[in-house]
Design a protein around this ligand. Structure first.
Ligand code: GLU
Length: 485
């Protein structure tokens, strides 16, 4: 199937947009079809310079670049495909031609009403508790008069909606739908500046670009009857439609900036993995019907189906995202993980670049890290002397009192000093032995780990001691003892 993503270049790619793009991509790939990207830049005032590149870069980061339409070629924007141009602003003649056809067939009419009149009308309707709707003043203009005025006056073209009709359709997600014609507005199709509105452009483009299924946000559902009428009046078969549910904040309000990040770029900057974000977005509103929670893009291509997308809004649960992020973090091969965090760590600790044990140290934090930018802080103790206080070394839960600390540190020092062959099993067995001689394991390991790292949370004591080496371990224990006495 041919599917498309059709963003307006008004800002960064929104996470909801990425989900829509992902669903479209999945359908195209599982049917060995094409995934297109079209830029809907018919609202010139709202278009923002540079956003096309940024949307494409976000898609590229996610691994779902378009096969056709507006694409990135290196770092610049290009168009590929036989049914372009794929920027709507370059297709004005096409829309004009079909608008003219609608006018000639009597399915559209010119409207000369001024912005002031329309505002007044909407005001009156609102006051009278009526839904705002064009009152059709210009529809009754005699044909000749209308034609004459069209030549000289600014005007728009409106769709003539059959008010008595009930328009029905079967949406791939919402099921059977019906719309009463009398509540459908006579939509503006062509604006006075010659640009089409979304409605006309969508219908013309998705027909000419041979799109099989339109996957888009639920906010477009109420416009569907207008689109169906346009397909009919132009003599075309409409595509399938799937209106995906809204993304919601935890309190069930529409996902908004105020409650967290909504642009894909922010998630990239924060250090989320594309695998995690895609996995998360795929499952916002879709479930596989199994207990599987981790899905790679390849697995999603196999498993996804539109009929398992829910109708109700999907809660954007950041805890779930972080959980998935952690899962995907653990799946990275350790050498690759080390490679990816090295530049971040080296920015703060240039010595990391020369450290032959860097990969080993990195492996210790891989289990614990959620986002890449946490790496420098998590690895800080490898590259700077930890600051140790008695408050850190003592720990109520581990039953280490401040009075115990000096004794335990001395004991740790002498025990570790006696190890000749500094290996993980030797360190472990020496410390376990110590733990049988009067202290509990936690009473030994907590102060050791805290003295070596200066942190309440870190990788385990054995592993840290091993990778630091015997000399550095003893040095840190001695320093800790000195700093508290
Ligand atoms: N340009 C529209 C938007 O950004 C696209 C809707 C659609 O996919 O048809 O909301």
């Amino acid at each position: 199937m041919r599917t498309r993503f059709a963003p307006s270049p008004t800002g960064y790619l929104h996470v909801g947009g990425l989900r829509t793009a992902l669903y479209s991509y999945l359908i195209a790939k599982q049917t060995k079809g094409e995934f297109l990207l079209r830029i809907e830049d018919t609202d010139q005032e709202r278009s923002v310079e540079g956003t096309v590149e940024s949307i494409l870069r976000s898609l590229e980061w996610a691994g779902i670049s378009p096969d056709e339409g507006v694409v990135l070629k290196g770092t610049s924007v290009d168009q590929v495909g036989k049914v372009g141009p794929y920027f709507q602003s370059e297709r004005l003649d096409v829309y004009k031609k079909y608008a003219q056809e609608l006018l000639e067939k009597g399915h559209a009419y010119p409207c000369f009403c001024t912005a002031d009149r329309l505002a007044q009308m909407r005001d009156d309707q609102t006051k009278a508790k009526q839904a705002p709707m064009y009152d059709r003043l210009c529809m009754s203009l005699p044909k000749e008069e209308a034609a004459k005025r069209m030549a000289n006056e600014p005007h728009v073209l409106r769709l003539k909606v059959p008010r008595t009709e009930v328009i029905t359709f079967e949406d791939d997600i919402r099921g059977k739908l019906s719309f009463q014609g009398h509540v459908v507005d006579d939509q503006v199709l062509l604006k006075s500046d010659g640009f089409p509105t979304y409605h006309l452009a969508h219908v013309v483009d998705d027909h000419l670009m041979k799109i099989d299924i339109v996957i888009r946000g639920e906010e477009w559902l109420s416009s569907l009857p207008k689109h169906l009428l346009l397909f009919r009046y132009l003599g075309w078969t409409p595509p399938r439609y799937a209106h995906v549910p809204l993304l919601l904040n935890k309190d069930k309000t529409k996902l908004s900036k105020r409650q967290g990040s909504v642009s894909v770029e922010e998630y990239i900057t924060k250090g989320y993995l594309p695998e995690a974000l895609l996995n998360f977005l795929a499952m916002l509103g879709w479930n596989s019907g199994t207990t599987q929670e981790l899905f790679s893009l390849e697995e999603l291509i196999d498993a996804f189906s539109i009929d398992r997308v829910q109708k109700s809004g999907a809660i954007f649960d950041l805890e779930k995202l972080d959980w998935l992020q952690g899962q995907w973090m653990r799946k990275i091969e350790p050498p690759e993980f080390a490679e990816r965090i090295l530049p971040l760590v080296a920015e703060k600790y240039p010595d990391a670049k020369k450290d032959k044990d860097f990969a080993k140290k990195a492996a210790l934090i891989q289990e614990r890290l959620t986002l890449f930018p946490e790496a420098p802080e998590m690895m800080s103790f490898f590259y700077e002397e930890p600051k140790v206080t008695v408050d850190l070394l003592a720990n109520e839960k581990q039953k280490v009192t401040s009075a115990d600390v000096p004794k335990i540190l001395a004991l740790l020092t002498s025990t570790l000093e006696s190890i000749d062959d500094w290996t993980l099993p030797n360190i472990q067995s020496a410390l376990e032995k110590l733990a049988t001689e009067g202290y509990k394991k936690g009473q030994i390991l907590w102060p050791l780990r805290a003295a070596l790292t200066g942190k309440p949370f870190s990788p385990g004591a054995y592993e840290v001691a091993e990778v630091l080496g015997k000399e550095e371990t003893i040095k840190r224990l001695t320093a800790a003892l000195k700093s508290i006495s």
